[in-house]
Unconditional design. Structure first.
Length: 407
């Protein structure tokens, strides 16, 4: 019996690698499931050994394909293999790439294919550039004989994910930059302008207005304790980043984010749409639902939502339905649960999940547009109000001095 090298995911979401002996690939998958492991990739030992050991020898800081480069590679490959052999297609992509690391990675995959490995296994030699979901979908496409169609769907999936990320960045960058500019302006006024103005008020011999005294007190505190506050902020950020490396803390933090008004809703909608879109793609490519769920869960960045996805894997593995498992988590929108139920009943799960993803992405666009339309003017109003208060605190003593001079 052949020996299979496997990559699987345990119930905790961790990767497990090893080898087992079985009469056929289906039998090997059943053996893994009996051990509580969800198979992601199986390959005959003599073909997989080099691919599995390749990433371990890679340099620590070696460049990988960016999302844009991976999408372009996938789109080019899906187009070329429709008219030319796989080896020639990979060679063409490697030769026309302008970036050195892209040529190296593509050449490495091409070499693996030339040596007789299947494409899904050859991609494992560059695991940093080709995530498990990508490799699993390619392997499913090879098994079904629809490689070009699978690669086209993969390219579409990557482009949609990039589009969502771009919208999130666009939604956040402008308000953050506006808030930072406002903070810098106010800080500059309080630290550099107010102390100079205070010198002019020292010889007035009159009690300053309350607003002016408050402004001067705040300015003195910022000048005296500002450096310490800045150091404390830097230390706090460093401690927070270090704490985020701890799985338990990261899980608690991500779970707390889901309870924040507006932000929690945004995170749930984005992750639910990502789950629906990815799961729709892997199911339409013929990948088993359990395997698709296992690799899809790893694409979710929020640890609380990822834990919910892994609980869905366990429930489905025990014989439950996908929609019931989603409903039990309490994290996914009712629309997604309803569409999953309809898909399971009609046998069109991939279509229903795709429609749910389309709707949730449109909801996300509408939500971010509405939030930005309120947030941007609010920041401007707050900034203008603070500057106005500072200017007024300076003008009030001047007006008081003029009144005394006239009197």
């Amino acid at each position: 019996m052949p020996t299979y090298q496997y990559l699987a995911i345990d119930t905790g979401g961790r990767e497990r690698k090893g080898a087992l002996t079985a009469g056929a690939e289906d039998a090997a998958r059943e053996l893994l499931r009996a051990k509580g492991l969800l198979p992601v990739r199986l390959s005959v030992s003599d073909r997989a050994t080099v691919a599995e050991t390749g990433p371990a020898r890679a340099p620590l800081f070696e460049k990988k394909l960016s999302t844009k480069q991976l999408t372009l590679f996938t789109r080019q490959l899906s187009t070329l293999i429709a008219v030319s052999p796989l080896e020639e297609s990979l060679r063409s992509i490697s030769q026309q790439s302008e970036k050195e690391h892209v040529r190296r990675i593509t050449a490495s995959v091409h070499a693996g294919v030339v040596e007789g490995r299947r494409l899904g296994v050859a991609l494992g030699a560059e695991a940093k550039s080709f995530p498990p979901l990508y490799r699993a979908m390619v392997a499913a496409g090879e098994g079904s004989g629809a490689m070009a169609e699978v690669l086209t769907r993969l390219a579409d999936l990557l482009e949609r994910q990039a589009e969502v990320r771009s919208k999130i960045v666009t939604a956040l960058v402008y308000p953050i930059m506006l808030a930072l500019v406002a903070l810098l302006i106010v800080t500059g006024l309080m630290v550099f302008v107010i102390p100079k103005v205070v010198e002019q008020f020292d010889n007035m011999g009159q009690e300053l207005p309350l607003l002016t005294r408050i402004t001067i007190g705040t300015s003195d505190a910022m000048v005296a304790y500002g450096p310490f506050l800045l150091v404390a902020i830097v230390i706090g950020v460093a401690v927070f980043i270090r704490a985020m490396a701890n799985d338990a803390f990261r899980l608690r933090f991500d779970r707390s984010l889901l309870n924040v008004p507006l932000i929690g809703r945004l995170i749930r909608e984005v992750n639910a749409a990502r789950l629906a879109r990815t799961l729709s793609t892997v199911v339409s490519n013929g990948m088993p639902l359990l395997d698709g769920l296992a690799v899809t869960a790893r694409t979710i960045h929020n640890r609380a939502v990822r834990a919910a996805c892994l609980s869905i894997v366990e429930r489905v593995n025990e014989g439950g339905s996908l929609s019931a498992a989603m409903r039990a988590t309490g994290l996914f929108p009712p629309l997604l649960v309803h569409m999953a139920t309809s898909g399971e009943q009609s046998g069109q799960l991939d279509i229903m999940l795709s429609r749910a993803a389309d709707y949730m992405e449109r909801e996300f666009d509408a939500f971010t547009s509405g939030a930005l339309s309120l947030l941007e003017p609010a920041i401007i109003v707050v900034m203008g109000g603070m500057v106005a208060m500072i200017v007024l605190s300076i003008l009030l003593p001047i007006m008081q001095l003029n009144t005394l001079a006239i009197g």
